[in-house]
Design a protein around this ligand. Structure first.
Ligand SMILES: Cc1ncc(C[n+]2csc(CCOP(=O)(O)OP(=O)(O)O)c2C)c(N)n1
Ligand SMILES: [Mg+2]
Length: 441
């Protein structure tokens, strides 16, 4: 029977993708299909034009853009291989990934069976990796701050990483997020696939930081929908409304996920933001990370309501409470709200009841009002460590083995170690940078 398989290779970059095609048969034509925007609509449209998806065999190179494209194509029903540059047979000095010619070459090599696919983690693996990444980054940050490597301070997310990771791991790359200050946005950045080393370098005040080291902790990664953060709590709300409006007007199905703390919901900006978002049916998911504390004040002493989620009723939007220690529960609730928002049905509020194992900020006493929190109390809370809970669940459901989990831990350890080394070796910015730091060109 005639083999109709067309080999389609993508040269993927953050903003665009170049597509190369090798037609069926050993001597079938190899050609460049062109360059398309790296958006779900553009990819879907291109795939549709290439003929029945069962006749297409996709491949692309593993790189900084992550596995999003793989998951997207497989969800469309396609077969996709992710290949690693080192597995591509090339002459020395002959790099494959440079331009459209390479997409053609990749397609051709795939057709002749010369490429070896790498293992692609499924979504459970990816969520665990991101959770461990957030944890390791957090622990390293506490240590590095103590060693004098940070130029600013640190609000540890230890124990409360699940909302940030679960609420971002399954988003699209072009979705916007406003990260929470706890953990300095790292759980969120890890889930969103952002460039974490530039966040660490930013904390170290190095020129390789995402804001060239001058903010100390307000990292950003526009390519992954992270456009920065504000130092005042509650500033997330109006900014997210602006992004929501932009997303709605752009009409590409993007969603904004805005993370904020329980205490931040006492700001007037929350009322303005929620009201406007509901009134205009903006594609926004409001995610409250309720750790029960605002600095040293328990939420129960500051709010008359048991649940922040019940405030959603005032704006006519759905509000749900989830176990914020369970990364899967968070992911499911946020994904449902995201799907709804993508369909134009407006915003929703997801409240994650979570924990904080450290003090409000590193260096400050772990007070509740003026009393020190008892260490036994914190030990009790640690029984609900989100990383351990998820690992146990994955083992119980036979999704991962203990050995596989240990391997992930080791890999992420090495990742964070390499990041620290990179930061240590990076330079501080030249003082002249201050002359150009306030306004964009
Ligand atoms: C407008 C404003 N007021 C006060 C502060 C000081 N501050 C920083 S974090 C914080 C508590 C935030 O609590 P919550 O929103 O519950 O987040 P959590 O720190 O508990 O994660 C406060 C009052 C601030 N940054 N901005
Ligand atoms: Mg709080």
């Amino acid at each position: 029977m005639k083999d109709n398989t067309r080999f389609v290779a993508f040269d993927e970059h953050a903003e665009w993708i170049t597509v190369g095609i090798a037609e069926p048969g050993r001597d079938g034509r190899v050609w460049k299909r062109g360059t398309i925007p790296n958006t779900p609509e553009a990819i879907r449209k291109m795939v549709r034009k290439l003929g029945p998806i069962e006749n297409l065999r996709f491949c692309y190179e593993a790189g900084p853009c992550g596995y999003g494209l793989y998951w997207f194509l497989t969800e469309l029903g396609g077969k996709c291989d992710v290949i690693a540059p080192t597995l591509i047979p090339t002459k020395s000095g002959d790099r494959v990934k440079t331009d459209g010619r390479d997409a053609m070459k990749m397609a051709q090599l795939n057709r002749s069976g010369e490429l070896t696919a790498v293992w692609v983690p499924d979504k459970a693996h990816e969520a665990l990796r991101n959770l461990v990444r957030a944890r390791e980054f957090d622990q390293a940050s506490i240590r590095m701050l103590g060693e004098g490597k940070f130029t600013s301070f640190f609000h540890s997310a230890y124990g409360g990483e699940a909302p940030g990771v679960g609420g971002t791991t399954f988003l699209r790359k072009d979705d916007y997020i406003y990260a929470h200050h706890r953990g300095h946005g790292i759980p969120h950045a890890a889930g969103k696939g952002a460039d974490l080393v530039s966040f660490l370098a930013e904390h170290c005040g190095k020129v390789t930081g995402s804001c060239k080291g001058i903010t100390g902790f307000h990292g950003c990664d526009p390519e992954h929908g992270m456009y920065g953060a504000g130092g005042t709590i509650g500033s997330a709300f109006p900014v997210s409304v602006g992004w929501g409006l932009a997303a709605q007007k752009a009409g590409k199905g993007q969603v904004v996920v805005c993370f904020f703390g329980d205490s931040s919901s006492g700001r007037g900006t929350m009322h303005e933001g929620m009201n406007m978002s509901a009134n205009w049916k903006l594609p926004i998911v409001w995610v409250c990370e309720n750790n029960g504390m605002g600095q040293f004040v328990p939420i129960k002493d500051a709010y008359p309501l048991e649940d922040i989620a019940s405030m959603a009723a005032a704006y006519g939007m759905p509000g749900v409470v989830v176990d914020g220690q369970d990364v899967v529960a968070v992911a499911e609730a946020v994904t449902a709200a995201v799907d709804r928002a993508r369909k134009g049905k407006g915003p929703a509020l997801v409240e994650c009841k979570c924990l904080r194992f450290r003090s409000h900020v590193e260096g400050a006493p772990d007070w509740i009002h003026g009393e020190l929190r008892k260490p036994e109390e914190v030990e009790e809370l640690k029984k609900r460590d989100p990383v351990l809970l998820f690992q146990k669940k994955l083992i119980k459901q036979e999704i991962l083995t203990k050995e596989e989990i240990e391997k992930i831990d080791q890999e992420i350890d090495a990742e964070v170690e390499a990041m620290e080394k990179f930061c240590d070796e990076s330079a501080y910015p030249d003082k002249d940078i201050l002359k150009n730091a306030v306004y964009a060109d």
